[in-house]
Design a protein around this ligand. Sequence first.
Ligand code: ZN
Length: 177
Amino acid sequence: MGIRVSEKHGVNPSCAKCFYCQKNTADLLLLGKLPGDAEAPREATYHMDPCDECKGYMKRGIILIEVKDEAEMDKVEDERRSWKNQYDHLEDRKKPFPGYFIPNPYREGGWWVVSEDFVKRALTPELAEYLLKTRWCFVPKDASTAIGLRDEKGPICLDDSGESSEEQPEVSGESAS
Ligand SMILES: [Zn+2]
């Protein structure tokens, strides 16, 4: 598949930011001629593949990304629903890139990696089970405050005793209680 080069912006490069940590990755996209011959953003989130660092975090624990509040979470759900209604019935190649919805709530700045044991201890069993599969989730500020994350500095892993540890976090094995 070739790209159409823009006379104004050439191959129109854009750096892919990691969805999770928002850092630039080595992934450089050549967007070529965009609708309206627009200049590509210098950097943006184009997909939900974790960068190598976040991939490592997800192996060791669960990434929690703080967002403003519940209303922001609801907004994301509304957007997800509307995306589904608009595009889900289309063939994959007709869906806007990357073919799935990328949530973009207002982030409050908190960012943590917690152990599986922490998740099991701090959250309801249903939520914990879900997170052990997805390996990440958004947390409204109220909730991150309530479970004590706000006092920690991220990214960290909480070990089995609830103490912060940059070393080897407990991600499997004995239960906390
Ligand atoms: Zn990342």
